[in-house]
Each structure stands twice: as C-alpha cells, then as structure tokens.
Design a binder for this molecule. Sequence first.
Ligand code: SAM
Ligand code: DTB
Ligand code: SF4
Length: 323
Amino acid sequence: MLDAPVATKAPPRFDWTRAEVAALMALPFPELIWRAQGVHRAWHDPTKVQVATLLSIKTGGCPEDCAYCPQSISYETGVEASRLMDLDEVLAAARAAKEGGASRFCMGAAWRSPKDRDIERVAAMIAGVRDLGLESCVTLGMLTDRQAHTLRDAGLDYYNHNLDTAPELYGNIISTRTYQDRLETLGHVRDAGIAVCCGGIVGMGEDADGRAGLIASLATLPTHPESVPINALVRVVGTPLADAAALDPIDFVRVIAAARITMPASYVRLSAGREAMDDATQALCFIAGANSIFAGERLLTTSNVAPPRDAALLARLGMVPIQ
Ligand code: SAM
Ligand code: DTB
Ligand code: SF4
C-alpha cells in the first residue's frame, strides 16, 4: 500500500473498490498526503486554483426532502421561496463575478426537476453567460434526455448533480428520490456531451466507511466527473442535520486526498463549508489535491468566505486563480 510511485501519470482507474478507498483514506496521514501530492503534481499545476462563483437563480420552496438542505419546503429554515430570476439580473451577477476574477459561473435552482419552459429560460441565461466569456455550470435537479440536449445546445459546459453520500446511506438523507434517479440524470448529461460536476457532502453523521463509499461510487462512474465538489455540511438551523457532529478537519482532508488519488484528471473542488474552516485546513486541502473553490460572498443561500480572506489566503500560499 505504501510504495506507490511519485509523479508518474498512471492512467485513471475505474475499478476502485470501496475497501481499497477505505484503506487509502486510513493510511498514516503523511503517507496519504505523499500519494495525493504525487498524483496531483503529475496531472495538475499545484500552484493553480480554479475559481467559480455561485448564484441561486431560483431559491427555496423545493419539494424534495434532502436532510441537509435549507431550501426544502419540509423544513423551517427562514429561506424565502422566490421565482426564477430574470435574465438581466442573472447576467448582471455574471458580469460582477467575472470582474471579481471568476472563470466559471454556476447557477443553481431549487427544483426537483425543471419544467420545459424553465429550461428555455435557463438556456438563454447559459448563452448570455457564455457570451461574457465565462464557463457555465447549472444545477437544476433531475433532467430528461431532451432537456440535457437543449442545455447543451445553449452552450452549457458543466452540469452539477451530486451523489451526495454512499448508496446505502442515501435513504437516510433523502426519501423523495433514489440513487438510481441520480445516476439516470448523470447518464443523460454525459450522453448529451456536457461535462459532469458530481460530488457529495461529508459530515452528515457517516463514518469513514461511508465516506469511502461515496468516493468509490464517484470513482467507478463510467467516466470520472470532470469536476468533483466535496462539500463539508453547512449545518443550517431548522434542517434535520442542524446538530450533526462536526467532522474532524483531518478526516475532511483525507476525503480530498482520496478523491484526488482515485480521480486524477478531475478538478477536486473544496466546496461548501470553507467559511467554518481555518486557513491551515484549507491549505492542507490544497496540498491534498483540491484545485477548485467557490468564491464570493454567498454559496446558494448560506454565506461563504469573505473575498478579501480568500485573496489573502491565496497570496500567503503563493497560489493563483486559473484564468
Ligand atoms: N436542486 C438541485 C439538486 O439537488 O440537484 C440543485 C441545487 S442543490 C442545493 C445542489 C447541491 O448543494 C446538493 O446536491 C448538495 O450537495 C449541496 N448542498 C445543499 N445544501 C448543503 C449544505 N447545507 N451543506 C453542504 N452542501 C449542501
Ligand atoms: C455543490 O456541490 N455545492 C454547491 C453547488 N454544488 C451548487 C452548493 C452548496 C450549497 C450550500 C448550501 C447553501 O448555500 O444553500
Ligand atoms: Fe431541493 Fe436540491 Fe435542496 Fe434537495 S438539495 S431540497 S433537491 S434544492
């Protein structure tokens, strides 16, 4: 287990077993980081980080019951439901994100699945974002094959749809859809030729084996997601997971390292939960192979790291955004 070569670009594997991922994650921390660094440096420039900005284009009132989510109608979280934003407002936010240094603009909607008329409106947003010279990503819930093609025709670069947790834990977190539903949408997105952004959330009460199950599920998809967001649960008052025990930061870094090793070509995104992390933990995540972040005052409904703190951290680490 300990004698992996450093900085060789071995072809990605798609046959990771959960036991292998669990064993990787359980390595002595210096050994795990050494392996993750070897893979990271073979595939990526370790000084560069991709910066994406998020906008909630349709907030709250979601009929799904995801136990972590402040936007579900099932929970009293104080998030006010709103309708789909107008094109002009969305493009103004995209322009501001670009001026703030973002290279990708991600739009999220609190839908179980979009209606066809919603897809037409989102397609116009995607085209507008592309015209600004930004990459686009949307997350709209479950898609049909036809809807995925419409989004691709509008120029969509990435679709975000997370597996969220290990297959056997999914039913504890969400009762209104299945793991198989998620896999089907991911298949439609992939078949339409859109790059896949797919990851999960840790710190929802799962154990190390559950975290290994999530990473093994992602790393055994027929093609690795081009982007793998690893979210640390943002514990929102009113959701069933408001009082979940905080995850040990070292265990979080272990998940990042396992994602990096098993999905070498992918962007591994240090996603939600950064605001509650100290700078040293974030630095360890970058060392373990994270090379993408969400920047900006807000995630979707919750707050994010203040931009000056991000700028100061990247400067201290000598890291620069990918343009
Ligand atoms: N409704 C769509 C869906 O679920 O696919 C798109 C929006 S949904 C808010 C996007 C992702 O945000 C979820 O899959 C989940 O991984 C993440 N997320 C939501 N609430 C979160 C929280 N409290 N902490 C961390 N991640 C969260
Ligand atoms: C993802 O994996 N994380 C982002 C993005 N994809 C859409 C969303 C995080 C949301 C955190 C809770 C909120 O702000 O509502
Ligand atoms: Fe709805 Fe997405 Fe939140 Fe689940 S995660 S409640 S599907 S907005």
